[in-house]
Design a protein around this ligand. Structure first.
Ligand SMILES: *Cc1c(COP(=O)(O)O)cnc(C)c1O
Length: 373
């Protein structure tokens, strides 16, 4: 097997998706599977769909095109506001996009009209994460303009939490989003079909006991892929946290001083020499680095510790064990480590459990992205 590589257990991803879909359905909330951390890997997308997510979402149109090319025909949304330059690809490959700028929406509408399509628009509202979002006081005006724009259909509103800031949504925030949905409808009529309350950071609220109001969707990436609540960093009950594993090869292994410092060789004479602090540790140098993953987001085997990483090397303290050169170390990944590994060309991706997927999402007919071009 080539290394470095990410091994992906599709069965665990499917089970995580299924568990979240079931628990949220009981609360009247549908799940959109977010594929950006796996760069739209089609097998992972299929596992999410097999687990019952109602659609997919990604932040990059290149990832959506990859999924369409693999025959995935379900509804796919762009959760990052489209770039003006990619509007034609967005219309061609995505059913909907999350937006915050009226100029972009007008251009999407024009492109959709040209293509004889209607593109759904979801307006992202600023609710404290301070990344993207329309100010609440401008939402009605935005919504009326979308409703009046040809080529696009107003589909709903959404909020985002704990992306830029680490602020988890409160029940008050969610009540406010519900009120905003009502407020938009008081102006534009019953047009807010989707009220998407956020991502994995919102699960604690969504799975709680409070009223869900008009919130009827969450966009989940990290919870499905890693089984982790991004706010607390803790595993979510009942989910697999080991659907992904990273393997890297040991290219050097030997004991090294745990630290080296300068000190006088003969006390009081002031001559300096390099001395070790007395501690010796077994070290392994792995053939993987910051270009391939986020080393500080790796979960090393128990008892091992990360010494540091550069672009192409990662140094690990292997405690009392000397690993054979040429052997592989298996590691867990944080969301950011996973995201970088999945996008790194030198990291192989190896999927397991593909045969057990039902393949419900595969289009028998090629998607229009393939027929129109
Ligand atoms: C990344 C992202 C999500 C998914 O977030 P997770 O924490 O992975 O669940 C949802 N919505 C938007 C807008 C995002 O950028």
């Amino acid at each position: 097997m080539t290394s470095p590589r990410v091994e992906i257990d599709l069965g665990k991803i499917q089970e995580n998706a299924r568990c979240l879909v079931r628990r949220l359905a009981a609360r009247g909330i549908s799940v959109t599977g977010v594929t950006k951390a796996v760069c739209g890997h089609p097998d992972v997308a299929m596992a999410m769909l097999d687990g019952g997510v109602v659609g997919l979402a990604d932040a990059r149109v290149s990832n959506v095109i990859r999924m369409r090319a693999a025959g995935i025909a379900c509804s796919i949304s762009m959760i990052r506001a489209p770039l003006v330059n990619e509007k034609n690809d967005v219309i061609l490959s995505c059913d909907a996009s999350y937006n915050t700028e009226i100029d972009t929406i007008l251009k999407l509408g024009a492109a959709a009209k040209d293509q004889g399509a209607v593109h759904d628009i979801i307006l992202m509202v600023e609710m404290g994460d301070l990344r993207e979002g329309i100010m609440a006081e401008n939402l009605n005006e935005f919504a009326s303009r979308v409703v009046a724009t040809q080529g696009v259909a107003f589909k709903g509103i959404a909020a985002n939490f704990a992306c830029l800031g680490n602020v988890a949504p409160t029940p008050g925030d969610m009540a406010m989003l519900s009120r905003l949905a009502d407020q938009v409808e008081s102006e534009c009529g019953p047009c807010v079909a989707l009220v998407s309350g956020g991502g994995s950071a919102n699960l604690a609220w969504a799975l709680g006991k409070g009223a869900t109001g008009r919130i009827n969707n969450l966009r989940l990436g990290e919870a499905i892929l890693l089984g982790i609540d991004p706010v607390s960093g803790q595993p979510i009950n009942g989910l697999h946290t080991d659907a992904f594993a990273l393997f890297a090869e040991v290219i050097e292994a030997r004991p090294k001083p745990s630290s080296i410092s300068m000190r006088p060789s003969v006390p009081k004479q002031g001559q300096l020499e390099l001395v070790s602090d007395g501690g010796q540790g077994n070290r392994a140098v792995l053939a993987i680095g910051e270009q391939d993953t986020n080393a500080s987001g790796l979960c090393l085997p128990s008892g091992f510790g990360l010494i540091g990483a550069t672009s192409d090397h990662t140094v690990v303290d292997t405690a009392h064990i000397t690993l054979p050169v040429g052997s592989e170390m298996k590691m867990g990944l944080s969301y950011s480590a996973l995201m970088r590994a999945m996008s790194a060309p030198d990291v192989a991706k190896s999927v397991h459990g593909k045969q057990s997927l039902k393949g419900i999402a595969l289009d028998r007919e090629p998607h229009r992205v393939l027929t129109l071009v």
